[in-house]
Design a protein around this ligand. Sequence first.
Ligand code: NDP
Ligand code: MG
Ligand code: MG
Length: 340
Amino acid sequence: MAKVYYNAEANENFFNNKKVAVIGYGSQGHAHAQNLRDSGVDVIIGIRKGKSFDKAVEDGFNVYTVKEAAEQADVIMNLLPDETQPKVYQEEIKPVLRAGQALMFAHGFNVHFNQIVPPADVDVLLVAPKGPGHLVRRTYEQGAGVPALFAIYQNVTGEARELALAYARGIGSLRAGGLETTFQEETETDLFGEQAVLCGGLTALVKAGFETLTEAGYQPEVAYFECLHELKLIIDLMYEGGMENMRYSISDTAQWGDFVSGPRVVTETTKEAMKAILKDIQDGEFAKGWILENQANRPVFNAINNRENQHQIEVVGRELRKMMPFVKPQQKEKEVVAVA
Ligand code: NDP
Ligand code: MG
Ligand code: MG
């Protein structure tokens, strides 16, 4: 088992006389900023004018432009959407970066794929909680925390590791535990997980099951319950106790079907496809496609998104969920599980 870091391994005085600028006040930003503040850290926010800006002011923070915040801080945590970070870095952070400052991230994408190339005289590290922002905040308030990965990319001051642990402690993550990784490992596994399993693999599986039933003449409403709605129960059981716990709770018939039919759905061919996906991630092919797609203002992203939202499973789901007022999005905030 890899070494797990807890509060005791972090220097609780690390942030004395240091200022942290949290850049962005979205899902992760609001949680990091509030948790750090509650942990006694001097936090300011850097953000453009708009919804998040107003929210940060309302929450009692001193709010500045990204440039002003980066200039004042010792530690700069980048929590803008990954696609907008390079431009904002180039225009507002890079011009004011000083030797010895620390540049932090919650995902390695931009540094690993060279979309942000930090100067050689700053520390570069990441602390990535394995959960969406609202969970990072809620668990902190409950006295617990969401586990985090941390990684050091550049350690010029010799203090980058201490900072990573102190930061992870400040957001509550070392109450649960911290694991060390690298920018490469964090980036590639994050992309692979969301593409092959958590988002891409799962939605494709659900749609294929739904379509198989409806094309065979079964009612879409029934197919929706079987292929989408009931997923939550299964996922919760796996989350709480692995596949063993899930299989303990389902019927023996379901378990037998799981054993004999699962491998007929996800076959060696599927695994070959997963390996090809991983290779595209490792080679930078996926990153290139996504970066170019953004530069072109997302024509393909938007076309697929519109088409997907009109899929029959979505249309029937919207109606069925009206029957279940207890099934509501918890909140509007984007929740990408550690799938961000
Ligand atoms: P969000 O989209 O929730 O928030 C982005 C924030 O950046 C908003 O406050 C937005 O403000 C602001 N912003 C957007 N564009 C600009 C701009 N041009 N200039 C200034 N501010 C801007 O992002 P997340 O919190 O989801 O992601 C932040 C980072 O955390 C990413 O690196 C992501 O990979 C990582 N991460 C995310 C996780 C998650 O579950 N969400 C989990 C772990 C890591 P406005 O209201 O004005 O749009
Ligand atoms: Mg059943
Ligand atoms: Mg991700």
